[in-house]
Design a protein around this ligand. Structure first.
Ligand SMILES: Nc1ncnc2c1ncn2[C@@H]1O[C@H](COP(=O)(O)OP(=O)(O)OP(=O)(O)O)[C@@H](O)[C@H]1O
Ligand SMILES: [Mg+2]
Length: 273
């Protein structure tokens, strides 16, 4: 993980560097979801948003996750995946669209208030305090709690045993995969009802990636729906109940992970054939 928010461009899977490839995958009818009220547990619905007074980055973009599921957002660098996550978490002003959590419209809430409502978010960059110990990072995660969080910390250590071993070490000394565990662990300390992860496997080896995915599946099985951005598109779609392909801030393809993996156009443009 680098400190440059635009620096994580180590994509290996994408074959969309060419304009021709992009032209063939622009939005089509299947790209939008129309959830019924009381539908997905968390949804950023028809979001149009940008930074400050800048241009729209998201264009009528919808991302969502259902109860008990893992939803994965993939797409080329600069497609607006992180922007979509930030919009759902309330980090930028939306120009159109709504965010609903468990049926409640939370479009106007601050990120802090969303955390209090049960949202956990691990951003793509700067997601741990490197000079603090692993345990201090987890304690920081529990900042909104007034109750005893020791049980939750024990659960995080059960999920990520290496963190227990290294709990007194500065988080900045850990490997990339271990830092990501700290970041996810920190988010779990608030006992979220839904977890949002932006590229949790960025910069780790394939073996560590598999391990992280296993842990993420484990978290999902405890009943915490997961909405995550992934650059390892193929592997991520394999564990995804629902997948979103974003291109230039728009929904290009939406389907189950299986459907997207089987779609010839998605394969050709995004999965290397
Ligand atoms: N803080 C910001 N201020 C202004 N523009 C931004 C900001 N962050 C991102 N952008 C722009 O928004 C667009 C989408 O960027 P975003 O980071 O959401 O893409 P991404 O799909 O997450 O890419 P990556 O795969 O590289 O993480 C890009 O054109 C980017 O330059
Ligand atoms: Mg990103």
């Amino acid at each position: 993980m680098s400190n440059d928010p635009y620096g994580d461009r180590g994509n290996k899977d994408w074959s969309v560097g060419n304009a021709k490839g992009q032209g063939s995958i622009m939005p089509k009818a299947s790209g939008k979801t129309h959830p019924a009220p009381g539908g997905p547990f968390l949804i950023g619905d028809s979001m149009t948003a940008g930074y400050g007074a800048g241009p729209d980055i998201l264009h009528d973009c919808t991302i969502a996750v259902d109860r008990g599921e893992i939803a994965v957002i993939v797409g080329p660098n600069g497609a607006g995946k992180s922007t979509g996550m930030k919009a759902v978490f309330g980090m930028l002003d939306m120009r159109k669209g709504h965010v609903r959590l468990d049926g409640e419209d939370i479009t106007g809430l601050s990120p802090q208030d969303r955390v209090a409502k049960g949202m956990g978010f691990v951003p793509q960059t700067s997601n741990i305090f490197t000079s603090m110990t692993v345990e201090e990072n987890l304690e920081m995660g529990a900042f909104i709690r007034r109750d005893d969080y020791k049980d939750t910390m024990a659960q995080v250590y059960d999920l990520f045993p290496i963190l227990k071993e290294k709990r007194l070490q500065a988080a900045g000394e850990l490997s990339g995969g271990q830092r990501q565990q700290v970041a996810v662990g920190r988010a779990l300390m608030t006992q979220p009802k839904v977890l949002m992860l932006d590229e949790p496997t960025a910069g780790v080896s394939p073996i560590v990636m598999d391990e992280l995915f296993d842990r993420i599946i484990e978290v999902a099985r405890t009943g915490i729906p997961i909405l995550m951005v992934e650059q390892n598109a193929r592997q991520a779609l394999e564990i995804a109940d629902k997948g979103y392909v974003l291109v230039q801030g728009r929904n290009a393809f939406t389907g189950t992970g299986k459907e997207l993996l089987a779609d010839p156009e998605v394969r050709k443009s995004f999965l290397g054939g």
